[in-house]
Design a protein around this ligand. Sequence first.
Ligand SMILES: [Zn+2]
Length: 302
Amino acid sequence: MAQGYGGRGRPGGRNALYAALAAAVVALAVLLWSATGGSSAPGEGPGSAAPDEAAAPDSGGAPTGREALVDNPLYGTGRLAPLPCPAPDPDVDDPASMERFLNTIADCLDQAWSTQFAKAGLAFDPPSRVFWTEPGTSPCRDYPSEAGAFYCRTSQSIYIGTEDVVRKWRGEANGAVYASLLAHEYGHHVQGEAGVLEYYHERRGQEQDRIAQNAWTRRSELQANCLAGVFLGAVAVSYPLEEEDVRAVLDDSEATADRPDGPADDRTHGSAENSRQWVRRGLDGQSPGSCNTWTADNALVA
Ligand SMILES: [Zn+2]
């Protein structure tokens, strides 16, 4: 859902007078403050600049360069805290029910990953959500899109077509499959906030041919699979995720993998076996540290 800003009433009459008075008080305070050579006040609320701590790197700043991929602070944060996230299956034929379901899961994802980033000492802003039934545009691509669901780093938003994904998944009624899809797109947001996407895009862009570029893409996609598994593992008890749901999620991860007979140019998501393996790793490990695809052997990311 697009997030708007609430409209505020315009000051008029008496309100204008108060506003002018308030402005005068603020101006006086600033004057006094600068006269005493004040430095930045702590706790100015969201959006304020971080205090300047004697040349230390920005405390909330994500790592850059190769470190972001292979030695990310997120990998050392251990298991995601088990999280209450009860989510009854949606009525997949009712877009409003799908939207409610996706919002429930997204709320849990926000909570789980905010906590994990705080553990790593990294800043984290949850993504915006666009659950569409009507066509629209994003900075990355227009929708409906063939993908049915995608993440756009520019707008830091997850886009899911509440009717399109059901069609694409042939009416699949098991909500866990859509929870997994959302958790995968959310995994890309996690990568973005952790500094992974920036360096990965940079490195991929340096490759001359498509096949070498795809090798980078597969590591990124399989990491998102694993991060989805981490989340699903953390909510498995409360969701609840039964054995048949886990099976549905794992089977589905194979369905979205590269076809074995497909052209090498298109191998962007990994083999069916690897696609399943990385979700499984996440489910079992329940920690982002299980998801370091960047140092994995080539065979595991083929
Ligand atoms: Zn993906």
